[in-house]
Structure formats: C-alpha cells, structure tokens
Design a binder for this molecule. Structure first.
Ligand code: 5RP
Length: 242
C-alpha cells in the first residue's frame, strides 16, 4: 500500500527531491494507521492505543472515526487524557474481552518486527494492552529501523526498593543501567535505561530481564512483536507484515 505522504518538494538540478522531516513522517504514518483502522477494525470493535508523539498524531487522526469505534483502551494516562479530549470513549482493560487492533509507536524495530519500546516510560501498560490485542500495528519512521536492537537504551521498569539489586543484575547481563532521573511511571515505579546492549537474541534477553526479582517489565517486545509495521520513509509509508 502506498500512502500519500505529507511532503515538501525541493527543486534541485532539475530533479524533484521529495523529503519529509521526522515530524512530518510521524504525521504521515499516523494517518496511514488511521486508514488501516478504518479498513480493518470491525464496526463496534475495541481499539488499543499506544503512547508517544507518533501515537498522539494517531489519536488526533482517529477522532474522525470515533462513531464507528466501540471503545478504546489507553496504554497510559497521557493517552487516556488525549483520547477523552477528542470525545473518544476509553474503557478499562478489565472490562474488555477482546481487542481487534493495537496501534503504537516504537523506539527501535528490527527485521523480525521485534521492538524496543518505553522511551515514554509506558512500557508495562503498553505490553499488557498489546498482549490482549489480536493484531499489533507498529507505527514509526525509518529512523527507528535497525539491524540489531540495542542502540536505543533499553527501558526497564523496576519496583523502587529493588532499584540497586536490579541495576547490579543488569550489569551482569552486559549493560550499563542509568536511573531515569525525576521520572515515575503511571504505576508508581522507576525506570532504569540500560545502555550498551547489542541484542542478538531479543526473546532470550526479554525473558532473562523479566526473571530478575523486582523487575515489573522491560521494553523488549520480542516474544510478542508487531504483526504489521507501517514505516514512514522521507517519501512514502511502507507496509511490512510478519
Ligand atoms: C512510549 C513508547 C513510544 O512508543 C516510543 O517511545 C516512541 O515514541 P515516539 O512516537 O514519541 O517516537 O514506547 O513508552
């Protein structure tokens, strides 16, 4: 599917170069995701909504669809507020038996559609909502596409009393954890951002980190990766499926 991008045309040496800024790519992919939802979400079905600047553009775009969406589930308080600001119905996940589609951004995504998420600190709720969804649609721009995950520091949500213990364990796994200063998650916990990881086996590392006492969840979304990737490039939006 080729999605008409929001773009700027620069005339140079008689060639037309079409280029979008990163922010324009986020808007283009958000509109593509809105079109995807319009085409694939059954009328009255439930939509999960992610967190972050790309997800915010998506929320603004789906305001036009609010009468045919049965309800949404928000992956953060910020997302809940933005959805409600548009008059879009937000449900408690505990009241939802089935969710057709979850749409969210990512900080990094690899060729198998495994991701690092949590740059906005919403990783735990994002992972829970994604676990319920039938289809995970990742929306991002091509600056997020990587061969090997790990250039972006891996966020790990920890119970406050376990911070030092978890940090020691993460060092043993080869990373350099840094406390995200002045940040508390929607769940009242802390985030350790783990630098210096070169993640060759994302599913294994995801399970290893989850196994550390005091870890609530980590930002590797490999065991349950994306099913569909809508990827904005400077000239178009590409679609990839797992
Ligand atoms: C929030 C996330 C976001 O999806 C991720 O940080 C990407 O954000 P943005 O769209 O602002 O680049 O995981 O916890």
């Amino acid at each position: 599917m080729a999605v008409a991008p929001i773009c700027r045309h620069h005339e140079k040496n008689e060639q037309t170069i079409i280029a979008m800024t990163q922010d324009e790519m986020k808007q283009a992919v958000a509109q593509a995701a809105c079109d995807y939802v319009a085409a694939h979400l059954p009328a009255g079905a439930i939509l999960g909504v992610g967190t972050g600047s790309t997800a915010n553009y998506f929320i603004d775009a789906i305001a036009t669809l609010k009468d045919r969406i049965g309800g949404t589930v928000a992956s953060s308080e910020a997302t809940r507020q933005r959805l409600e600001g548009h008059g879009i119905r937000v449900l408690d996940l505990n009241d939802v038996g089935q969710m057709a589609i979850y749409v969210d951004g990512a900080d990094e995504i690899d060729g198998s559609l495994a991701m690092i998420k949590g740059g906005g600190g919403a990783l735990t709720r994002e992972k829970i909502v994604a676990a319920v969804a039938d289809i995970f649609v990742c929306i991002c721009d091509d600056t997020k596409r990587v061969k090997t995950l790990g250039r972006f520091p891996l966020p790990v949500e920890v119970i406050p009393m376990a911070r030092a213990h978890v940090a020691r364990q993460l060092k043993q796994l080869g990373g350099t954890p840094k406390l995200r200063e002045g940040f508390v998650t929607d769940n009242g916990n802390l985030i350790l951002d783990v630098h210096g990881l070169h993640i060759k086996q994302p599913t294994t590392l995801e399970s290893q980190i989850d196994g550390i006492a005091g870890v609530v969840s980590n930002g590797l979304f490999a065991r349950r990766g994306a099913d569909v990737l809508l990827l904005a490039t400077p000239s178009t939006v590409e679609v990839m499926k797992r």
